[in-house]
Design a protein around this ligand. Structure first.
Ligand code: F0G
Length: 354
């Protein structure tokens, strides 16, 4: 049977009415891949929720399909968001699908190439501001409050509703709730959504326990960890280069209620984890996503685990979103050689010697 998409699959848990269009690009239903090599090494039962395999390559599709379907139901003609890249790609795709106009505001020079390409090709009106994501979100809030334009950032509650379905999938795929759910934190919508999803599934008796929610900000953007907004956030993980998370309070509540924590990881830790999951597990996720596994490695060093715990790392976006970082971070352009067997054999020997 063809997978019918998120709204159809989870309609009983979502604000879907008989007037809600069943918009879909067959988002959701992403794999939960066991990290066999790293599980053995860390003494954990470690999994990746590979959200990069959504239709636009990130978890944002889950929330966006819900938000855009509701915008259509309400008769809206135009949606708008601020974005570090993935939200804009998802908004642009679902707007195209639903026949809506889409306006996206991005921080100039601080979004990954693949994400920019997506927003443009899906036909969004793309505006780059000389300012960061936080400023872009303020402007979008001001404009959408005054004009008949639907805001589709995660302050739109339908976004959180759609995104909570990932917690349902993780629970169903494992046959239980994990002991830990590790997740990158930027604007803090996703950690809030997962926690909502786990609590709802638990209340319905679909899972018998709840995970500890462990969220990781990038060190240069660790507003929640510091307890104050960061005016000029900076990190290699541009997706989470956010200094004043909109869902700050619900993220803190998720960590506190679950007995988890909001912690941080450095850019070096992010890039090391990013290379590690690619080279050890064959999984290519974007740098921000690797904050979840970098965080688990940090908790492991700090003695958080007894051993054998089930840990799910959410890999929020696909590695191909940001090809420049991949090439830069291994400092290896391909060797260029003449087109002869001898030259290729020489090159192989040289690379093996490295
Ligand atoms: N990982 C990726 C790949 C993201 O794109 C984002 C957020 C996050 C993690 C953090 O999720 O904001 O819910 O805490 N990206 C947003 C965007 C801000 O505009 O695409 P969050």
């Amino acid at each position: 049977m063809r997978y019918p998409g998120l709204l159809q699959t989870y309609k009983q848990y979502l604000p879907v009415t008989d007037r809600t269009p069943m918009l879909t690009l067959q988002e959701g239903n992403t794999p939960l891949v066991r990290a066999d090599n790293l599980s053995a090494e860390l003494g954990l039962d470690l999994y990746f929720k590979y959200e990069g395999l959504n239709p636009t390559g990130s978890f944002k599709d889950r929330g966006m399909v819900m938000a855009v379907a509701k915008a259509m139901e309400e008769g809206s003609r135009t949606i708008m968001c601020a974005s570090t890249g993935n939200t804009s790609a998802a908004a642009a795709a679902y707007a195209a699908r639903g026949g809506l106009n889409c306006i996206v505001l991005i921080p100039n020079n601080n979004i990954a190439l693949g994400k920019l390409a997506q927003a443009i090709i899906y036909g969004a009106k793309v505006i780059a501001i000389e300012g960061n994501f936080d400023r872009a979100l303020e402007i979008v809030r001001e404009i959408t409050a005054k004009h008949p334009i639907t805001l589709v950032n995660s302050v739109n509650p339908y976004r959180i509703e759609g995104q909570k379905t990932a917690a349902f999938e993780v629970s169903d795929q494992l046959g239980k709730a994990p002991d830990y759910l590790a997740i990158p934190v930027g604007n803090a919508g996703n950690i809030s959504a997962y926690w909502k999803g786990f609590k709802e599934y638990h209340a319905l008796g679909r899972i018998g326990s709840l995970p500890k929610m462990v969220g990781f900000e990038a060190e240069g953007a660790m507003a929640i960890v510091k307890g104050e907004p960061i005016p000029e956030p900076e990190t290699v993980a541009t997706a989470i280069r956010i200094g004043n998370p909109a869902s700050w309070k619900t993220a803190v509540a998720a960590a506190e209620e679950s007995g988890g924590q909001i912690n941080y990881v450095t850019d070096d830790e992010i890039l090391a984890a990013y290379r590690m999951i690619a080279s050890r597990e064959g999984i290519f996720a974007e740098p921000a996503s690797a904050a979840s596994i970098a965080g688990v490695l940090k908790l492991k060093r700090e003695g958080e685990f007894r051993g054998g715990e089930t840990v799910v790392c959410v890999l929020t976006g696909h590695g191909l979103k940001d090809p420049n970082i991949a090439i830069k971070s291994v400092a290896a352009e391909p060797l260029v050689v003449p087109d002869s067997e001898a030259a290729v054999m020489d090159a192989i020997r040289k690379l093996e010697g490295e």
